[in-house]
Ligand binder design. Sequence first.
Ligand SMILES: C[S@@+](CC[C@H](N)C(=O)[O-])C[C@H]1O[C@@H](n2cnc3c(N)ncnc32)[C@H](O)[C@@H]1O
Length: 240
Amino acid sequence: MSFVNCYEDASRANAYSTLEFANTYYLAYRDLPAILAEHVTGTKALDFGCGTGRSTRLLRKLGFQVTGIDTSEDMLRIARSTDPSGDYRVVPGDDLSAFPAGTFDLVLSAFTFDNIPGAAKTRIFRDLRKLLKPTGSLVSIVSSPEIYTHEWASFTTKDFPENALARSGDVVRIITTDHPDQRPVEDILWTDESYRAVYREAGLSVVQVFAPLAKGDEPYSWVNETKIAPWIIYLLKPAL
Ligand SMILES: C[S@@+](CC[C@H](N)C(=O)[O-])C[C@H]1O[C@@H](n2cnc3c(N)ncnc32)[C@H](O)[C@@H]1O
């Protein structure tokens, strides 16, 4: 299947760079500091699919020495100009050979696998696992399948009723309402069962799974976020 990375686009990159940690995205990052403090030892981190650097800057604030990598020059250009002292590098789609095995205490991928077709997922997760130290952790933040069939503070999917019929591996569409670029993003639906199969094949053990819900007292106009988790966070370790 041919699938275009919609982030290889200057105007999408500009729009994406205006997103920070508000609204639905708040829930993707809220619990990350506590999860990392509990499970990660060491400070050497790789942010796989760093985009315009939001997730990289968060890791840097938490004290990690981070290399942010992405395939999109448009996204990286903004990451570098926002954070000139950061380490942001372009990588070819699925070639991580620039990094020696056993290097990182933490690999974070925040929303990166939403846009990676199924066949490549296992191969890339396997390569990322090889980059981890034996004690390292991989934190994989992905969209829940439910995000594509509900309304949210940051997203709308009501124009795409066909999303409800999608199976794991199918293309689904979603519009971010938090920024001015109202073109739909095309993602690949991938269920929990499918992610667990990919992790197993890639030699990664699932240590814990988080499905963050809003409490209701946050300063955001929640739509479904107090009842349905828009994101799933997998804490993974190299399988023994
Ligand atoms: C939704 S953005 C997330 C950016 C960032 N992690 C954040 O939290 O804001 C996903 C990023 O993954 C990148 N990406 C997609 N496929 C990739 C691949 N095979 N290798 C590296 N980056 C990739 C895209 O270019 C895009 O910048």
